[in-house]
Design a protein around this ligand. Structure first.
Ligand SMILES: [Ca+2]
Ligand SMILES: [Ca+2]
Length: 267
């Protein structure tokens, strides 16, 4: 570039970062020439511009997407990290798009940090609120089977909620006129054996599911079952009862024989 008289400045925008060399030549009207050289560096002084999504309210168990891929920088973003404390541990996820499943109810502050090629940083705090507002699914009683000894076996279909804690089994109590909880069983149980019931009687049952936050499902449809009538097994008959029985049978046979012997013969 040749400068005209009186203008001894030069300016330009250097969009590419790095070190530049320059040389300046000057000549006077007598043809004398002078030269000056030097170097200068075009540096990045602008940190990244953060544009991120992912903060908000979510149901427990949700896989949350954190996305900072729309963030920009005048040079290049070389590192993206998301750090937060979760269930007693320090979590750090790397990348412009990351996912994390929050299974624990709570309030979280996710600290997003972007670093550009010059080492300049930008940060943003995203607030994440994890709630458990959803009760587990309503169970359904599959069968109520009579079991010997005045028992009924209640079985139901398993509920698949990820935060299921267990089930509560209720039986109708006629004297109080209400269903009363008779058992609380863990989430892997799908049956309950109810004993000490009256023989040959009808009982009504209902089951609810409960999640880890204590939220209850609607009760299952009411299902009835009948206990069996009492049956004395042979082993339950006492020896004297056996003797009395045998004597009665012998007595009956003898009486029949006597009647037959004494019957007059017709001629
Ligand atoms: Ca920059
Ligand atoms: Ca729930």
């Amino acid at each position: 570039m040749v400068l005209v008289d009186g203008n001894h400045t030069f300016s330009s925008t250097f969009s590419t970062l790095g070190t530049y060399s320059y040389a300046i030549w000057a000549s006077d009207t007598s043809g004398n020439i002078a030269v000056a050289t030097g170097q200068f560096t075009a540096q990045d002084t602008l940190p990244p511009l953060v544009i991120a999504t992912g903060g908000g309210k979510y149901e427990k168990g949700t896989r949350v997407l954190f996305d900072a891929s729309d963030s920009t920088d005048n040079s290049a973003i070389i590192n993206v990290s998301w750090s937060f404390e979760y269930d007693g541990s320090n979590m750090v996820l790397y990348g412009p798009r990351v996912e994390f499943t929050f299974d624990v109810v709570g309030e979280y502050e996710v600290n997003l940090t972007l670093i550009d090629a010059a080492g300049l940083r930008s940060s943003q705090l995203l607030k994440v609120s994890i709630q458990d507002a959803r009760p587990p699914a309503r169970p359904s009683i599959k069968a109520i089977a009579s079991v010997s000894g005045g028992c009924l076996m209640v079985t139901w279909d398993a509920v698949m909620d990820p935060d299921l804690d267990g089930y509560r089994v209720s039986r109708w109590n006629a004297s109080s006129g209400a269903f009363e909880v008779i058992a609380a069983v863990p989430s892997d149980a799908t049956s309950y054996l109810d004993c000490n019931l009256m023989y040959d009687s009808v009982y009504s049952y209902s089951v609810i599911s409960v999640d880890e936050s204590g939220k209850e499902s609607d009760p299952s449809p009411i299902t009835n079952g009948r206990t069996a009538a009492p049956q004395e097994a042979l082993s339950d008959i006492r020896p004297y009862q056996m003797v009395v029985g045998v004597l009665l049978i012998l007595n009956l046979i003898l009486a029949t024989l006597v009647v037959l012997v004494r019957r007059p013969v017709r001629k």
